[in-house]
Design a protein around this ligand. Structure first.
Ligand code: ADP
Ligand code: TRP
Length: 321
């Protein structure tokens, strides 16, 4: 069976760009193979230095993902640090990874370019990511364009390890989501935490409404016709609404007499209704932490069993007995 693996960093809150670009495809991939999905808390440690906040974000992310449709019974769903073998494997992989390969990786290069002092963790970030992928012998890694390089580095590292010691790892393939998956933010740039233009999935009603009402528009008067394809409102609406409703909004834009304020209200109502069942599921989970912890343990046990098989082969190959 196809092994599909993906990790998401616990960053505090998820936005609708994360949802359409990554989470929904991940939830759907539970239908086409065995999904391995984890909360990448160890990757977040490269940039967050606040223990209580880290612990809170990690648990929140697990609850968010379960609420949005990751099924811990059907898939393998775990917290990265619950499988400490990944850190051990990182070390073995470090020793077949050329420094030059990591110097070319974008997270480190960006930090250099912006004059931010990089720590060793940030520099080695791609090696930890390679360990995530190789430990579970993954075939497919669905990622955004920004992570493609890291999957290619993973392949390079796997090839080097296999050549140095003998076959230990499956070579993974990156799978890049379709272009439709770039969700615009409230200012029209790519929606991203770093641009402050996000709409949260689990935000409170009032601030969420305020964000939608704050979407940037041009000064075309209400009565004039408008091009839906130039509007951020329609750009987000059409990604969630069914075809009929999207066509209906587009038609009203073109006809004139339809103001941006009205369109924003409709967008808010639609999004609020879309996420209503997920909000309810999230509330239930947050009120039932025993169940969440039980699922966390189930996931860790399943993941560690697979990790153990890879590690006994790897230890034997490197001569750690
Ligand atoms: P951010 O840019 O807000 O920091 P991350 O880089 O943490 O988001 O992204 C986590 C995942 O969500 C990645 O797989 C990324 O491809 C996806 N993602 C983030 N923003 C968008 C967006 N605007 N459209 C589509 N996918 C997105
Ligand atoms: N680096 C990824 C990101 O920033 C998260 C991640 C960590 C990941 N390990 C992974 C993604 C393994 C896919 C596979 O989004």
């Amino acid at each position: 069976m196809l092994k599909i693996l993906s990790g998401i960093k616990p960053s505090g809150t998820l936005h609708i760009g994360n949802y359409l670009g990554m989470i929904r495809p991940m939830v759907e991939s539970q239908e086409r193979g065995q999904l391995f999905c984890f909360v990448a808390n160890m990757h977040s440690l490269t940039t967050l230095f606040d223990g209580p906040q880290m612990a809170k974000n990690s648990l929140d992310a697990m609850i968010d993902l379960m609420a949005l449709g990751i099924d811990p019974k059907r898939s393998v769903f775990w917290l990265q640090s619950d499988v400490p073998e990944v850190a051990e494997l990182t070390w073995y992989l470090c020793n077949v990874t050329p420094v030059g390969l990591l110097e070319r990786c974008h997270a480190y290069k960006d930090a250099q370019a912006r004059g931010i002092p990089a720590n060793h963790g940030l520099f080695s970030y791609p090696v930890l990511m390679a360990a995530d992928i190789l430990l579970y012998q993954s075939n497919l890694v669905p990622v955004g364009r920004d992570q493609k390089q890291h999957v290619e580095v993973t392949r390079d590292i796997a090839v080097k390890f296999n050549a140095a010691y003998g076959e230990a790892f499956t070579l993974p393939e990156p799978e890049i989501a379709a272009e439709i998956a770039t969700i615009p933010g409230t200012d029209g740039q790519k929606m991203s935490k770093s641009y402050g233009n996000t709409v949260e999935i689990f935000g409170e009603e009032k601030p969420t409404r305020k964000k939608i009402m704050g979407i940037v528009t041009d000064p075309t008067p209400v009565e004039e016709p408008k091009d839906p394809d130039k509007s951020i409102i329609y750009g987000i609406y059409r990604l969630f609404a069914d075809d009929g409703k999207a066509a209906d909004m587009a038609q009203r834009f073109r006809a004139g007499g339809y103001g941006y304020g009205e369109a924003k209200k409709e967008l808010f109502e639609m999004l609020w209704a879309y996420f209503a069942p997920f909000r309810e599921k999230r509330r239930d989970l947050a009120a039932n932490l025993d169940y969440v912890n039980e699922m966390r343990k189930l996931g860790a046990d399943k993941a560690r069993k697979i990790a153990a098989a890879t590690m006994s082969r790897v230890r034997e190959l490197v001569g750690v007995i």
